[in-house]
Write a protein of this length. Structure first.
Length: 199
């Protein structure tokens, strides 16, 4: 394996890929910028040939950014719920708060995954799939914690879609400045909505 300045070829490719992902997030989240291959590569400080080293094109790069954000949202929310213990109310509130804190720490992630992805035709289907996956996980978590209470699995899936779809619209308004609300206000309202759907 070729080594250059103590770094293997595989590690160099991985580092360039990480730079491209970070650059794509920065450019894509900026409403004043056009998300082009040229802009992303300039932000990364790499020539365009390096983009094709890890991705088939710009759309695949942007999809990878979305997938990474969705995975982080799911992992962060699940970890917070587990840390909250067995009480379903505490678990739901902890999961929502973890999601909000993730967005507060880096609002670009919410803007890209929820707002800007709608404007990219090639990614709309992927965005829909990710939201439905999160809705399914919400339905499973709520059913495990709150029980079925006479609801069918289909009703739980509908509830999950209502909750995640509502959260997506809520976060869009919050990120756009159309809704002035504190994190605590959003967490409390979202937690009440989640429990109301499944109780």
């Amino acid at each position: 394996m070729a080594v250059y300045r103590g770094v293997s070829a595989v590690d160099r490719v991985a580092r360039r890929r990480a730079r491209l992902l970070a650059a794509a997030l920065t450019v894509w989240a900026d409403p004043r910028a056009r998300t082009t291959m040229t802009a992303v590569c300039a932000e990364a400080g790499l020539s365009e040939r390096y983009l094709y080293e890890s991705f088939t094109g710009l759309d695949q790069l942007l999809e990878a950014v979305m997938d990474a954000i969705a995975a982080e949202i799911e992992e962060t929310s699940r970890a917070a719920a587990e840390a909250a213990g067995d009480d379903p109310v505490a678990r739901g509130r902890a999961a929502v708060r973890a999601f909000m804190e993730l967005l507060l720490a880096d609002p670009r992630k919410g803007r890209v995954a929820i707002v800007e992805s709608v404007a990219v035709p090639a990614l709309r289907q992927r965005r829909t799939a990710l939201l439905r996956h999160l809705a399914h996980q919400s339905a499973l978590e709520s059913r495990a914690g709150l029980g079925a209470a006479g609801r069918s699995a289909v009703q739980d899936e509908i509830g999950g879609m209502l909750f995640i779809g509502g959260m997506a619209e809520l976060i869009t308004a919050w990120l756009d400045g159309a809704l002035e609300a504190t994190t605590d206000e959003i967490v409390e309202a979202a937690s009440r909505a989640l429990l109301g759907i499944y109780r």
